[in-house]
Design a protein around this ligand. Sequence first.
Ligand SMILES: [Zn+2]
Length: 160
Amino acid sequence: MLDDLLSSSLEARIASPIPGTYALVLQSRADTSVQIGRCGTLLIQPGFYVYVGSALGPGGLRARLTHHLRQPARLHWHIDHLRRRATVVAAWYRFGRARREHTWAKLLRDTTGSSIPLPGFGSSDCKCPSHLFYFSTLPILHLRGAELLDTADLIGSGTS
Ligand SMILES: [Zn+2]
């Protein structure tokens, strides 16, 4: 399974459960829609979706990114619903206890080509308009201090 290969490569790359902030880049090739709890209906278009979150719990970034790379068995977060219909193509991450997700959400909002597909997505507990952003083409992100995990890299490192 590709998902299993990706997550075992990720575990090799992030050796211990360190907390941090991440931005997940997903690609959709279809026109579809999904109900996101009380937020409403997310219309999914072909293109790229970037979701920001933080993983400050015991499993840290490793456990959270592993969760996102695999198809979720149970739908716990808003992003799990989108994940069922889109492929993870990359993830940016930065280690540290600081909650950078809101700053990153602001940066994504200000990035050229960005739009908010569903207000309130992933941001029910904060004041951000959304933690999910849509781009018709792959965005160039400038997240200071963040490392990029490209799924092509993961496949490469998993087979070498
Ligand atoms: Zn926020």
